[in-house]
Design a protein around this ligand. Structure first.
Ligand code: UDP
Length: 316
C-alpha cells in the first residue's frame, strides 16, 4: 500500500511511519512541524519508500494517489494544545475535512487518531466506547477535546453520507521514545526531572489516575484496527491504572534517582481518573498491551538520556 500519515513527524506519527515501512508499505508523511520534529524521522528519512512533505493540512493539499490515510496531525499534549488553541481547533475541523476529502478523491481508507479526551472528566469508570463523555465545552482543554469530538463527527458523517471506509481510534495516554522532553506530560516530566536530579512535580495530591500504554503496543493495535472492518470508535490503551504518585515512585525506581517529590497545584479541568475499557479491542482485534509500565519506562531511558545529552543538559 501507499499510505499517507498526517502528523507523521510527531511522537505517534513517527512510530506509525516506521511500522508502515517495516510492513513493506510506501509512506508519505506530512507535517507542518508545529509540534512535530524532523528529529523524530531520523531513522526513516533516508528510507527509499519514505517521503516527507512539510505542509499544513488546514489548507487543501494533495500528494498523489494513496490507499490509506492515517490522520494524526494535531497538537496533542496539554502544553501544546493550550498554547496553540486555535490551530488545534483548525486541525480537528478544517484539517480533518481536507483529509477526508482527499480520501474520497483517491478512494482511500481513512483512520482518525482520536483521544480518550472525548470522555472528558469521566463519570463512568473504566470508559467503554458507548460512554458519551463528561466534557467541559468551554474549559481550557476544550480546544483539544471538542476538536477531536468534531473530528469524530466529521469522520462518521463522511462514512454515513459519502460511503467513505473509515476507522476511529480513541487513544489513551501513551508514552515511549520520542516523547518531547518538554511537552509537559507526566512521563516526560518525571523522566527528565529524575535524570537531571530535579524535584518531580506531582500536581494535586497525586491520587488521581492514568493508565499508560507503551507506544509499540498502541501501534500494533492501530495496525489491527486499520485492517479491521470496524467503523465505530475503538479504545486503545493500557487498562492497568496507576496513580500519578505511583508513577512518580516507579520513575524514581527505574532511574535510580535521588530526586524528591514536590506537590504543585492541580491544573484546572484535569481529569481525576482515566482508564480504558478495552473489551472491544480484545474481542474485535484480539489485542491487548504486552508491556507494563516498569518495562516501558526502562525502554524509554536510553532515548531520554540521549536527548538530554544532545541538549547539553546531561553528560553523555
Ligand atoms: N502531572 C503531574 N506532574 C507533571 C505533569 C503531569 O502530576 O509534571 C499529572 C497531570 O496533572 C495529570 C497526569 O499527570 O493528572 C497526566 O498528565 P498528562 O499531561 O501526561 O496527560 P493528560 O492529563 O492529558 O492525561
Amino acid at each position: 500500500m501507499k499510505v499517507l500519515v498526517t502528523g507523521g513527524a510527531g511522537f505517534l506519527g513517527s512510530h506509525l511511519c516506521e511500522r508502515m515501512l517495516d510492513d513493506g508499505h510506501t509512506v508519505v508523511c506530512v507535517d507542518n512541524l508545529s509540534t512535530g520534529h524532523e528529529d523524530n524521522l531520523r531513522g526513516v528519512a533516508d528510507h527509499p519508500r519514505f517521503h516527507f512533505e512539510k505542509l499544513d493540512i488546514c489548507h487543501p493539499f494533495d500528494c498523489g494517489a494513496v490507499d490509506y490515510i492515517f490522520h494524526f496531525a494535531s497538537p496533542a499534549s496539554p502544553i501544546d494544545y493550550t498554547r496553540l488553541g486555535l490551530e488545534t481547533l483548525d486541525a480537528g475541523s478544517l484539517g480533518t475535512r481536507n483529509c477526508l476529502e482527499l480520501a474520497l478523491r483517491h478512494r482511500a481508507r481513512f483512520l482518525l487518531a482520536s483521544t480518550s479526551e472525548c470522555y472528558g472528566d469521566p463519570e463512568v469508570h473504566p470508559q467503554p466506547e458507548e460512554y458519551w463523555g463528561h466534557v467541559n465545552p468551554i474549559g481550557l482543554r476544550s480546544v483539544y477535546d471538542e476538536s477531536k469530538r468534531f473530528a469524530e463527527a466529521l469522520t462518521m458523517a463522511y462514512h454515513r453520507y459519502r460511503g467513505l471506509d473509515t476507522r476511529i481510534v480513541r487513544i489513551f495516554n501513551t508514552y515511549g521514545p520520542r516523547l518531547q522532553l518538554d511537552d509537559g506530560r507526566v512521563i516526560s516530566n518525571f523522566l527528565r526531572q529524575a535524570l537531571l536530579g530535579e524535584d518531580l512535580t506531582v500536581y494535586g495530591s497525586g491520587n488521581h489516575t492514568r493508565s499508560f500504554c507503551y507506544v509499540t503496543d498502541l501501534i500494533e493495535g492501530i495496525v489491527r484496527l486499520a485492517a479491521s472492518g470496524e467503523h465505530l470508535p475503538t479504545n486503545l490503551g493500557n487498562p492497568k491504572e496507576f496513580t500519578v504518585l505511583e508513577c512518580a515512585q516507579l520513575v524514581l525506581a527505574v532511574t535510580g534517582s535521588a530526586s524528591e517529590l514536590v506537590f504543585e497545584e492541580l491544573p484546572k479541568d484535569d481529569p481525576r481518573q482515566r482508564c480504558p475499557d478495552i473489551s472491544k479491542a480484545r474481542r474485535l482485534l484480539d489485542w491487548e498491551p504486552k508491556i507494563g509500565l516498569r518495562t516501558g519506562l526502562e525502554l524509554c531511558l536510553g532515548h531520554f538520556r540521549q536527548r538530554l545529552a544532545e541538549a547539553g543538559l546531561l553528560q553523555p
